[in-house]
Ligand binder design. Structure first.
Ligand code: CP
Length: 321
């Protein structure tokens, strides 16, 4: 694996290997007083975030540090991006400064792919370092993809449900602006699950007809047959001030409240990638209920990102732990 830009870079075997590696890392660290493995000693991971993040940025940093990598966080606001430096010059600069992996979040769909292309076009050795530039990890590009989120969600579902084969996963809400929804729809399909989207028609993307999913208008109708329900944040910041349906209508039709929670089967799981808007798409009583796996998702995010950095940076002969 050279980069991780999209879940469609993975087939079922490659995705399953990453889930297995993440669980091995979790086991390897379990009960240790010092959570430090030597796996990536001498490697440098740089995270560069042009959009805010809590979970993704922190978990990549923890993942790198627990594997003994040097981790450097670059925020756009405190970098020379604020002086007008281009994305290309920023990426090439971080390569020349010694990045082995570049973890990128950017508001533009395709930004991580573009950076990987710039590295591929660079003459070998031109930065003073051998090879074709750092491995690029897409940590969320606009409304396009968030592959490590989908992987950690798949891991959480596998842990809760035993397997993903044939499982019915309902993804609810602002699909249009959600890179999480797109990555999950495709990855869950790769892993054998059946995905249904429930959303207002105004919050479905053009082209959703080509996704491997069913589409439904009724959350109440889908819940009794669901193995898991994944709630999404309404991304008002990407809506240019317009929001239809209104927040109240949205919450009534698409919010997961206690009444709807009771429609789910006993063993069903509730996911949310965070950040949650409590009272909007998910009631507090649901977010904090035993069915909710929100904090398990965050915890799995660290192990999943360890697995991804390991696959990208460790030698083929190295073992997880
Ligand atoms: N789920 C997710 O990407 O959260 P952050 O924006 O906090 O990283």
């Amino acid at each position: 694996m050279r980069h991780l830009l999209s879940v469609t870079d993975l087939d079922r075997d490659a995705a399953t290997r990453l889930l297995d590696d993440a669980e091995r890392f979790e086991q390897a660290l379990l009960g240790r007083e010092v959570r430090k493995l030597p796996t990536l000693r001498g490697r440098t991971v740089m995270t560069v975030f042009f959009e805010n993040s809590t979970r993704t940025r922190v978990s990549f940093e923890v993942a790198g540090k627990w594997m003994s990598a040097d981790v450097i966080n670059v925020s756009a606001s405190s970098s020379s991006v604020s002086k007008g430096e281009s994305l290309r010059d920023t990426a090439l600069t971080l390569h020349a400064a010694g990045a082995d992996a570049l973890v990128v979040r950017h508001p533009a769909s395709g930004a991580a792919h573009q950076i990987a292309r710039w590295f591929a076009e660079m003459p070998s050795g031109s930065s003073g370092f051998a090879g074709n530039g750092p491995a690029v990890v897409n940590a969320g590009d606009g409304m396009h993809e968030h592959p490590t989120q989908a992987l950690l969600d798949a891991l959480t579902l596998r842990q809760r449900l035993g397997s993903l084969e044939g499982k019915r996963i309902v993804i609810v809400g602002d699909i249009l602006h959600s890179r999480v929804a797109r990555s999950n729809a495709f990855l869950l399909n790769i892993l054998g699950a059946e995905v249904t989207l429930v959303a207002p028609r105004t919050l479905l993307p053009v082209g959703v007809g080509h996704w491997p999913v069913r589409i439904s208008d009724s959350l109440d109708a889908e819940l009794p047959g669901a193995d898991a329900v994944m709630m999404l944040r309404v991304q008002a910041e990407r809506m240019n001030g317009g929001f239809f349906p209104s927040a109240r209508e949205y919450s009534i039709r698409y919010g997961l409240n206690e009444r709807r929670l009771a429609l789910l089967p006993e063993e069903a799981v509730v996911l949310h990638p965070g950040p949650m808007l409590r009272g909007m798409e998910i009631a507090s009583a649901v977010a904090d209920s035993p069915k909710a796996a929100v904090l398990q998702q965050v915890n799995n995010g660290v192990h999943m990102r360890m697995a991804v950095l390991f696959r990208l940076l460790a030698g083929a002969e190295e073992v997880v732990a």
